[in-house]
Design a protein around this ligand. Structure first.
Ligand code: PEP
Ligand code: MG
Length: 572
């Protein structure tokens, strides 16, 4: 029995026999002069038709999930975008194979060489396309893992999977995915989540240790893969998996219930949104709006930043889906671990570099286009503007001046808009928490981004697995910062929500409730859990728990106290 740690990508716990998938070796196509560009162009055109048809078949097979369909629609668009360059190579004498491989390799390498993990993920999309077109040129069907239903449940073990290989798993008896590479934000991850297949990525060295037919346990909730577990472990894995699925189903059925404590205090549950599928998942779980729309995910490096009009369409579509609910649009938070358009020279410390609001100020044309789009949609419903990574009052003034400028422009053009939607700031730099009393006089609301707040407060990189154990939401320093923010907001009578991951974990949700948080904006998957937790507590009890935590001296003591007083919902 060997246990591996990886990145938890899609929750659930399942055991199956290993189906090892090894993609065919890399495609380095030698440059052989074709001498017949016309014929090669014709072959390319035919292969592109087949590739496009394959993509639209995949899209259709994924049924109603438009966000996944969107991934493959973007692939088809990428093919179109790259076509002139490929044709140019053929015109210069290359074979269709060489031209495809060369253009796509260059593009993939560009992504792969990025320091940014999210951009690196796009390498896989390009490689996916390259293989699709090359196979079409060779007259072969697209490849991907195939399993035999007769063999029972299978866990696909691979170095990496492309998005279309992952999508091709539906309908096969695949109960788990364990991959050596890939990240939680990759398209392959999005597809695994949406197909409901427990998935762990980043499991180094896994394929060396697994033989076809080995038993493999994938615990996608904790990010653990166990090869050839002993019988006791298999029993535990199965019962964990059954419990997980039963609880998920029960919690989902509670989505219509109010998030209200036993002593009658209401809590607002909102969704954190990256992709359209998150809006749907939030609605299914009964949220009353979007508390954090991460607009930087609208950026697609292959297609560029969406125009003002395209942004209007995206914001409007979200607003219409949530009906009367609120839509909190966070302005672009590019940089650090998120993809960034118009990136400058590589930065030694991107998390502390020209990112987020700083990047917006350095790119006023793009920032103004976004503000204009938000103000336009704000005329149609409850739309709020949220500024990320604010560290000073001057930044709020500067952003507000740009919002006024956007409103003036729209006014003089006669474009319908709302000039004065509520403006809030994220509290995610310790400086902002420390001056929360001053900031509270400048804005309409706060939203606490604990992912970054903890990172900067404790000097612990939020994406570095080597220091993950030091990332402690329960550190007394974090609690004191939160306490100060809540006090400042209460004195200024402005609402405060929490939108970091901390809010989604039972013990911390109880603590936050007791400290005074009444609005939780959550990854949709966490919503049912937090609703259940709120419904099992009285505010009085939550306050007593929080008061005691604030007297303790270490993260360990605080966690021990929380575990002794709060029964987590499900696995946490
Ligand atoms: C945060 O920092 O807590 C947050 C919600 O924003 P993001 O995770 O997008 O940085
Ligand atoms: Mg943040």
């Amino acid at each position: 029995m060997i246990e591996f740690d990886g990145i938890p990508v899609a929750g659930g716990s399942r055991v199956g026999r290993a189906a090892l998938y090894e993609e065919s070796p890399g495609t380095v196509i030698p440059l052989v002069p074709s001498g017949r560009p016309e014929a090669e162009l014709e072959r390319l055109a035919q292969a592109l038709v087949e590739a496009r048809e394959g993509l639209s078949r995949l899209r259709e097979s994924l049924g109603g999930d438009s966000s996944i369909g969107e991934i493959f629609r973007a692939h088809a668009q990428m093919l179109e975008d790259l076509r002139p360059e490929i044709e140019g190579q053929i015109g210069a004498g290359a074979t269709a194979e060489h031209a495809v491989s060369r253009v796509m390799h260059q593009k993939a390498e560009l992504f792969a060489s990025s320091d940014n993990p999210a951009l690196q993920n796009h390498r896989r999309d390009i490689e996916d396309l390259e293989r699709r077109v090359l196979r079409a040129l060779a007259g072969l069907a697209p490849e991907g893992p195939t399993t035999d239903d007769e063999d029972g449940p299978r866990v696909v073990v691979a170095r990496e999977l492309t998005p279309s290989e992952a999508a091709g798993l539906q309908g096969q008896h695949v109960v788990g995915l364990a991959l050596e590479r890939g990240g939680a934000t990759s398209h392959t991850a999005v597809i695994a989540k949406s197909l409901g297949i427990p998935c762990v990525m980043g499991v180094e060295g896994l394929t060396q240790k697994v033989a076809p037919g080995d038993t493999v346990w994938v615990d996608g909730t904790r990010g653990v893969v166990v090869v050839n577990p002993d019988p006791d472990t298999v029993r535990r894995a199965r019962s964990l998996g059954d419990r997980y699925e039963r609880l998920e189903a029960v919690l989902l059925r509670e989505s219509h219930l109010p998030a209200e404590t036993l002593d009658g205090h209401r809590v607002v549950l909102l969704a954190n949104v990256e992709y359209p599928m998150d809006v749907e998942a939030g609605i299914e779980r009964g949220v009353s709006g979007v508390g954090l729309y991460r607009t930087e995910f609208l950026y697609d490096p292959a297609r560029g930043l969406p125009s003002e009009e395209e942004q209007v369409e995206s914001y409007r579509a979200t607003l219409q889906r949530i009906g009367d609910g609120r839509l909190t649009v966070r302005t672009f938070d590019f940089g650090a671990d998120k993809e960034m358009p118009r990136a400058g020279p590589p930065e030694p410390n991107p998390a502390m570099g020209l990112r987020s609001l700083r990047w917006c100020f350095a790119n006023p044309d793009l920032f103004l286009a976004q503000l204009r789009a938000i103000l336009r949609v704000a005329a149609e419903g409850d739309v709020r503007i949220m500024l990320p990574m604010v560290g000073s009052i001057e930044e709020v003034w500067r952003a507000k001046a740009m919002i006024r400028q956007a409103a003036r422009e729209l006014e003089s053009e006669g474009t319908e808009h709302r000039p004065d939607p509520p403006i809030g700031v994220m509290i995610e730099i310790p400086a902002a928490a420390v001056i929360a009393d001053l900031l509270a006089r400048e804005v309409d609301f706060f939203s606490i981004g604990t992912n970054d707040l903890i990172q900067y407060d404790l000097a612990v990189d939020r994406v570095n697995p080597q220091v993950a154990g030091l990332f402690r939401p329960s550190h007394p320093s974090v609690l004191r910062l939160l306490q100060g923010v809540l006090k400042a907001a209460a004195e200024a009578s402005i609402p405060v929500s929490i939108c970091g991951e901390m809010g989604g974990h039972s013990i911390y949700a109880a603590l936050l409730l007791g400290m005074g948080i009444r609005e939780f904006s959550l990854t949709p998957g966490y919503v049912p859990r937090v609703r259940r937790l709120v419904r099992t507590l009285t505010l009085r009890r939550a306050r007593a728990i929080a008061a005691q935590c604030l007297l303790l001296r270490t993260a360990e003591e605080i966690e021990a106290h929380l575990h002794s007083r709060v029964t987590p919902v499900g696995m946490g």
